[in-house]
Write a protein that binds this ligand. Structure first.
Ligand code: M6R
Length: 611
């Protein structure tokens, strides 16, 4: 999704802005641009359709000089991807603005501004912001005041940055619904939509709160809250190992992140489990008290995080005996729902900035949930700050748009939460607690074993590369794992893939089966295996091509039209996490053969900060 970088310095900032944009490329975008102004008060703007490197190729650093600048990567919402729709947008060649988010009342504002004589050059909602600031600046004393007056007229979400070439010493930023972080330098200051963009220039950050407007100069940062009052916000320090914008030995971030899963899982479990018990207090402040009162769980999330929630539903109900509903955030937020008594709301999110999930949290807080927790991977993100408590996954920064290590660490976090909940409520007895914790201890090593199947799975990939469709099947808690497998395949290889609970096959999807439809089955030994085998037979009988991921106890024999990938037997408890790995590897290798942009698949964004 869109990315923002800005800088006010004594040195030329164009290269800093370009490097910041490169670091935000993982978020997904279709065009990029920057505007720079120096002491000469000339506003220089360059915008390009396509990648940051195309922009960089057009920025002559000897010409585009100046110490104050803003830059942007755009992911089109209003108006096609094009140079004229790319940011920064300018008004009367004086004011330049970059913006993340969506302005919902842009049509009305556009009409009013046209009546005042403003000429629009783009189809974007953003252009109304820059003209409004220009208009307000005619009567305001400062750029801050003009931005404050502008924000009161905007409906929707924004993280925005404005500069005025006539006053090149300052930049003004505003945040409402779309994150902005200020990076503190020495005699220079920066801003971005994600601290990752600035880790090469600073490690000291201030996260703006909702409604904040800030003025940034080389030496000062002045922040004003929603009411216009000056406020101080906490300065946080990024750890020195936090700069991860390096693929190391790997070809893609996604591949690196798949192989980081054993480490990410270890980090997520550290200090949260003992030898054979869960440390309930580690779940969060007041967890002991809150969890003992929970009778119902409502999970809200999107995409891969939703699939983690779907998997956890099986655990909440079968292990802890606590009812659990899971809903896609974009549905939950617009539905009239009944809040059950003593319900814990759990949002799941890698980024902590997903607009629909955040809106669902805000709505739920008004609807009488006992407590709202988030399981999230990004410290300081909106979900973390706005929830009653946060249980952090410690996957490390995930750059690949396709979520991998965030998913498996969410599952580990959810399994720990289920165990803590059951322990507090007395529904998980000592022996089961010990069994779950033992399984969790084994998880990193089992994931290493699953990763060792990289080669055999790579050898399967050519079978899929020329296919247009694929079907994934699973039962019980392996159904959401099949769903996650199908999401991975479709998003990075662009092959249409669907997942079904295998028992549903004969209710419709069986009609799709023919020799052109590969069917991937997640089939470890468990209570449902015999039922699943019958479903597999239904596919075989109709000439489907089967790829069965099973364990050595499952008793499958390879035959014409049925390939068996025999994995080691692992504990039933962690098996859903274990079987996620071959699904990730398969989609990765298929995408490699297809030559798609694995880390930044077309049309997608990493943090979906618009609804
Ligand atoms: O940051 P979040 O976990 O809230 O993101 C939710 C989805 O946008 C995300 O999982 C998306 O589905 C991924 N591209 C899946 O790989």
């Amino acid at each position: 999704m869109c990315g923002i970088v800005g800088a006010v310095a004594q040195r030329d900032v164009a290269e800093i802005l370009l490097e910041g944009l490169r670091r935000l490329e993982y978020r997904g975008y279709d065009s990029a641009g920057l505007a720079v102004v120096g002491a000469d008060k000339i506003l220089q703007r360059v915008r390009k359709l396509g990648k940051v490197n195309v922009l960089a190729g057009s920025v002559d650093l000897d010409v585009i000089s100046g110490g104050t600048g803003i830059a942007h990567t755009r992911w089109a919402t209003h108006g096609e991807p094009s140079e004229s729709n790319a940011h920064p947008h300018v008004s009367l060649d004086n004011i330049a603005v970059v913006h993340n988010g969506i302005i919902e009342n842009h049509e009305l504002l556009r009409a009013e501004l046209k009546d005042r004589g403003y000429h629009f050059e783009s189809q974007t909602d953003t252009e109304v912001i820059v003209h409004l600031i220009e208009w307000e600046l005619r009567t305001a004393n400062t750029l801050v005041e003009a931005v404050q007056k502008t924000t009161t007229q905007l409906d929707g979400a924004y993280g925005m940055v404005a500069l005025d070439k006539r006053d090149p010493e300052r930049i003004v930023v505003a945040r409402s619904g779309s994150p902005i972080v200020i990076g503190l330098g020495v005699g220079e200051n920066f801003l971005a939509s994600d601290q990752l963009a600035l880790l090469n220039v600073t490690r000291r950050f201030i996260y703006l709160e909702e409604g904040d407007v800030a003025e940034i100069t080389r030496r000062d940062v002045s922040i004003f809250d929603l009411g216009g009052e000056p406020v101080t916000r906490v300065v946080s320090e990024a750890s020195s190992d936090h700069d991860v914008a390096d693929k190391g030995q790997y070809r893609h971030y996604m591949q690196k992140e798949i192989f980081e899963q054993p480490t990410a899982l270890k980090a997520t479990m550290e200090g949260r489990i003992n030898n054979d018990s869960i440390i309930v207090e580690s779940i969060g402040a007041n967890a002991l008290e809150i969890l003992s009162k929970v009778d119902n769980v409502q999970i809200v999330a999107c995409g891969t995080s939703y699939n983690a929630g779907m998997t956890a539903k099986y655990w909440f109900e079968s292990l802890a005996g606590v009812s659990c509903d899971v809903e896609i955030a974009s549905e939950f937020r617009y539905r009239k729902f009944v809040t059950r008594e003593n319900s814990l709301l759990i949002t799941l999110s890698q980024s902590g900035e997903t607009a629909d999930t955040l809106a669902a949290l805000r709505l739920a807080k008004e609807k009488g949930y006992m407590s709202a927790m988030t399981i999230c991977n990004v410290a300081g993100s909106s979900l973390v700050r706005e929830s009653d408590f946060a249980f952090m996954t410690r996957a490390g920064t995930e750059i690949g748009v396709a979520s991998t290590k965030a998913f498996t660490t969410q599952l580990a976090a959810l399994l720990m939460l289920v165990t803590a909940l059951g322990k507090q409520k007395g529904t998980i007895k000592r022996s089961l607690e010990s069994e779950i914790v033992q399984a969790l201890h084994e998880l990193p090593i089992q994931i290493e074993k699953a990763l060792s199947f990289d080669k055999p799975i790579e050898e399967l990939a050519p079978d899929f590369a020329d296919k247009h469709h694929a079907l994934f099947l699973g039962r019980g808690e392996f159904y959401p794992i099949a769903v996650e497998g199908s999401l991975k395949l479709k998003e990075i290889s662009y092959i249409h893939a669907e997942a079904y609970a295998a028992g549903e096959l004969k209710h419709g999807p069986l009609a799709l089966i023919d020799a052109e439809m590969p069917v991937i089955v997640v089939a470890p030994t468990n209570d449902l295996l015999e039922k699943l085998k019958s479903n597999i037979e239904e596919v075989r009988a109709r000439g489907g091509l089967l790829y069965v991921f099973a364990d050595e106890d499952a008793g499958f024999t390879e035959s014409e039209g049925m390939k068996i990938i025999t994995m080691p037997k692992v504990s039933d408890i962690i098996a859903p996490i274990f079987y996620t790995i071959p699904m990730q590897l398969l989609s990765y290798h298929v995408a490699i053969i297809k030559g798609t942009d694995v880390d930044q698949p077309r049309n997608l964004a990493k943090a979906v900060t618009v609804e």
